[in-house]
Design a protein around this ligand. Structure first.
Ligand SMILES: Cc1cc2nc3c(=O)[nH]c(=O)nc-3n(C[C@H](O)[C@H](O)[C@H](O)COP(=O)(O)O)c2cc1C
Length: 326
């Protein structure tokens, strides 16, 4: 694997020990999950996208999304808003409630509910507002990291021009996902546009898009990305962040999920523990025979307590006979 530790210790104005990071994932990158990935080798994590409007009205659920712990440092808070004043005000509220190393601005979310408010990927159609948001948010005093997609026109030149405008406005880092908003998550991400932006703005572009294998991380870094964001790949293979091989024993892997589920239970309740752990089972046992049928077994549990028992008894599924599918 390419040397993934930063040369000068800072990327995008943030002190960080490595270049492989956990991307923001709505409904997934809650505190317990972020700590889990920090332990597994992610050098930095993001919160899920947090609504500026929710913070402005002090919505209880939104405020809870600001909870973090020292173990998560460095943590980047991602906000989404449709105007710069709300963005700055919400950032100030967030800073009074939690500790973060940088602000990410979501300019990438393609969901209509978000775009209708002028937020997320809608900002790719409104460069003036995107630029104004960067300028305004910089007043909060933390590094500003807009997260964008490939330009809706599909053009590489337009994407680079958008990056340039954000960087000139004072962005410390641009996280670039090589899919247009219209592509949603389908098809393949355009790596070339990310490589081109990484070369055009050295040290100031973090790569996102189709990071599923260590080779994907290497490719982005070798082509000049300052860092790489692991998103769906973190669910498909939680050991992607570390250099070594994953533990061989299924029980050892199961214990990772038991610990994760227990901390989700403590902070977010049993429903969240059961539904999130379901999403991790297949990836956690990747490459072990019997994985698919075991995942179905675990998914059939409706309560965390039952699921926890199933995880402890995983050796009955991954037996020495090695029957079952991979
Ligand atoms: C379930 C899910 C939730 C996501 N939530 C966010 C989010 O809150 N903020 C954001 O900027 N990107 C979000 N993304 C986009 C990812 O951070 C990433 O840029 C994208 O998935 C491309 O990377 P990948 O192809 O390696 O998965 C989300 C993606 C997925 C699949």
């Amino acid at each position: 694997m390419t040397d993934a530790s930063p040369r000068k210790g800072k990327i995008g104005g943030v002190q960080v020990e490595g270049k492989v990071w956990l991307a923001p994932l709505a409904g997934i990158t809650i505190g317990a999950v972020r700590r889990f990935f920090r332990e597994l080798g992610a050098a930095l994590t993001h919160t899920e996208m947090v609504s500026s409007w929710g913070l402005l009205v002090k919505n209880r659920k939104t405020m809870e999304m600001l909870k973090g712990s020292e173990k998560e440092t460095p943590l980047v808070l991602q906000l989404f808003a449709g105007d710069s004043k709300s963005l700055l005000k919400s950032a100030e509220i967030a800073l009074a409630a939690g500790t973060f190393e940088a602000f990410s601005i979501n300019m990438a979310c393609p969901v209509p509910k978000v775009r209708k408010k002028g937020a997320g990927a809608q900002l790719l159609y409104n460069r003036d507002m995107a630029v104004e948001m960067v300028r305004e948010l910089a007043k909060a005093g933390l590094p500003v990291w807009p997260k964008i997609r490939k330009h809706p026109s599909g053009g590489g030149a337009e994407t680079l021009a958008f990056c340039e405008a954000l960087l000139e406005a004072g962005a410390d880092l641009v996280c670039l996902h090589g899919r247009t908003p219209q592509q949603l998550y389908a098809g393949t991400a355009d790596r070339q546009v990310v490589h081109d932006a990484s070369v055009a703005f050295p040290g100031r572009v973090a790569a996102s898009g189709d990071v599923f294998e260590k080779e994907d991380i290497d490719e982005y870094l070798q082509n000049g990305a300052a860092a790489v964001l692991v998103a769906r790949g973190a669910l498909r293979d939680p050991f992607l962040f570390q250099d070594g091989a994953p533990p061989v024993e299924p029980l050892e892997r199961a214990l990772f999920l038991v610990r994760l589920g227990d901390s989700i239970l403590e902070e977010n309740g049993p429903k969240a523990a059961a539904s999130l752990i379901k999403r991790f089972v297949s990836g956690m046992f990747k490459g072990i025979r019997g994985n698919s049928s075991y995942r179905r077994e675990v998914a059939s549990c409706s309560h965390w307590a039952e699921m926890r028992e199933k995880l402890f008894s995983c050796i009955h599924f991954f037996d020495e006979r090695g029957n079952g599918d991979v």
